[in-house]
Write a protein that binds this ligand. Sequence first.
Ligand code: FAD
Ligand code: UDP
Length: 385
Amino acid sequence: MSSPDLLIVGSGLFGLTIAERAVAEHGARVTIIDRRSHVGGNAYSEADEQTGIEVHKYGAHLFHTSNERVWEYVNRFTEFTGYQHKVYTTHQGVVYPMPINLGTINQFFSAAHTPGEARALIAEQAGEFAGKDPENLNDKGISLIGRPLYEAFIKNYTGKQWQTDPKDLPASIISRLPVRYTYDNRYFNDTHEGLPKQGYTAWLERMADHPNIEVKLDTDYFDTSQPLNRDAVRGELPVVYTGPMDRYFDFELGELSWRTIDLETEHLEVGDFQGTSVMNYADAETPYTRIIEPRHFHPERDYPTDRTVIQREFSRFAESGDEPYYPINSSSDRERVLAYRELADAEPRTLFGGRLGTYQYLDMHMAIGAALSMADNKLPDLLRA
Ligand code: FAD
Ligand code: UDP
């Protein structure tokens, strides 16, 4: 077999977007390798064998974006349903809407505050942090919603999810969650939202469906027994690498820290277990962070009415061999990333991209947006070199 014009390591949304653009814009012949036995990276889903319900294998994936270019791009490969994500949380045996909104506030305080009254109350409860813009998650959380709501809904959930003192976590994690003084309890603020009508896998496979794209699964870039391995192609072939950046450099500057999740799947003989797709558990006594019931992602589908499947989600530090999911981004991680980035910039004919390759929390639309920018700005030179 002759060499491809471009090798892509990783068939997640970043790698698939680069592959599709390289073919469409440059007529390149592309090979994508992935160490997993399917395409799509963490966005992959499959039909549960017992119920036929589409289950997100690596954790619930909800598509949302306000980026018009990304929205137009993804609609070339799939149609989207009108699904709007809403989350509830259980605290001391009572269910509240999440993210924190006027409904949560009034239910929590057994009150009927107007938006203005609720703002005044929260400002008072935010105490020393009111109106400030603190850098750590603890202080930022209190400044946004006041101490009582923070302690009920954020403190213990965050403790379970990150196993790190919220004072040592960046404020950006909690800034992802909106706080609203209306009864709007949509989880996301974005202009566009929905789930792929025919499922994630149909979408992801369509992106790679071109005679110029060859996909090789169960193929690890660091396995020297396979021909397209790092040591064989380094400097010889243009490569876009979307695996972990520290692994690429044999961890020579140390390991970056990640959080991973464990999903415990259970089948139940009821048509509906919890009445909604995601129920968070705010209290420390419940060991899992949330329960996902995937049937509710697709109310339009004809799923069995007497059976369901649920996934309990547990969070912990990733150890070697675990799936790296969420970058922890401690201060030592941040220093290490900068040093790895210098190595990456000096790497011949290789671009680093995606969540793992740049050690960044990227939602799907961000990974796609970043790949489209790379295709515009860096791919032409890489393919010419
Ligand atoms: P990935 O999907 O991780 O793909 C990287 C690929 O590289 C993988 O397939 C991996 O097998 C492969 N690879 C790694 N190393 C090697 C190697 N050595 N050789 C060959 N192949 C290799 N985003 C949203 O927009 N909404 C959500 O609700 C959402 N929920 C999420 C929930 C969880 C639990 C997680 C982990 C992520 C979630 N995301 C969500 C983020 C979403 O998964 C990412 O934005 C998207 O997967 C990024 O794509 P990627 O290509 O950068 O990485
Ligand atoms: N969070 C929380 N309670 C909740 C939901 C979220 O404390 O019920 C915090 C938690 O620290 C989490 C962050 O808000 O990491 C961002 O929430 P998001 O749903 O984006 O979490 P993800 O699972 O994507 O990290």
